[in-house]
Each structure stands twice: as C-alpha cells, then as structure tokens.
Design a protein around this ligand. Structure first.
Ligand SMILES: [Zn+2]
Length: 158
C-alpha cells in the first residue's frame, strides 16, 4: 500500500482544525484534505479560513476507513481470519484448476498461517498472481505409479 492511512486517533475531538492544521497533523498535502471536504467531510459554515471540527474529522476518517476496504493487489490473497489482503508466505502460491479456465490460487497467510485462497481465471492468473511464485497443481492427472523412484543398483543394501 503506497498511501499512508490517516490515523483518526490523532484528532482531538474537542477542537477545530484548519485545512493546513489537518494536513500537518497527518503529514499530508492540503489538497488531500480539501478532497475530503469535497467528498463530504463537513466544515463549519461560513468560517474563513475553513474550519473542521475534530469530532467530524474523526468520524469521517473512521467511516472512510471501514468503507475503503482495500481490494487485493496483484500477488495478494484475502485472509478471512485476518480480514485483510495478504501476500502468501514465502511469496509462494499453488494454482489448482477447477475447470479449464477457472481455479484457485492458494497459499498460506504469513500472519495466522491459515490457508488463504482466491478464485483466479487462467487468463488473469499472471495479473492476479503478481510476483508470486506459482506452482501449478494438476488435479486431474494422477502421479504415474509405475514411474516410482528408481532403485540405484550402485547402492548395495546391508
Ligand atoms: Zn491470516
């Protein structure tokens, strides 16, 4: 994730802020704060400079945080347990086909070690998989048992 999420806990709910003060508080550009105002962050009417109540700001950021559930980026799989997109442990994943064009990309969550998986079509696999090291599991083809480990005759037993 490139953008830092503003921590609404930094906001003092009993004071009001100018756009500049909010920008400074989160180390962001003033335009970012102005964009929030345009997107619905309430301001105190008729005040110059524009004033935003801390309480409203905190509410706005909190709501925004839950609304902006980040979709998985390439190379990420959503972990249901952690409720967040994760890059599978070791940057490794297995692709298990379900049909000819659809399958599951599976890996392990680096944090909770649970299995994580994501539906992926073969067509979009490169895009979805990102930089992951993907192993293809061929579900339908059985391992040929007659091709078992060859006995090396150079090894004498006992
Ligand atoms: Zn997890």
């Amino acid at each position: 994730m490139r953008k830092r999420r503003p921590n609404y806990r930094l906001v003092k709910t009993h004071r009001s802020y100018t756009v500049e003060e909010i920008a400074r508080l989160f180390g962001m550009h003033k335009n970012t704060v102005r964009a929030w105002v345009k997107a619905g962050l309430p301001t105190c009417d008729g005040k110059r400079p524009m004033l935003i109540l801390g309480r409203e700001l905190a509410e706005y950021l909190k709501a925004r945080r839950t609304k902006n559930k980040r979709p998985c980026q390439p190379g990420e799989i959503y972990c249901v347990r952690c409720r967040a997109p994760k890059q599978p442990a070791g940057e490794m994943a297995e692709y298990q086909p379900i049909t000819e064009s659809q399958g599951n990309l599976m890996g392990f969550c680096p944090d909770c070690e649970g299995m994580i998986f994501r539906r992926a079509s073969v067509a979009k696999l490169a895009q979805i998989g990102g930089k992951l090291d993907i192993t293809f599991v061929e579900a339908k083809r059985r391992v040929n048992e007659s091709n078992g480990p060859t006995v090396n005759s150079d090894f004498s037993q006992g």
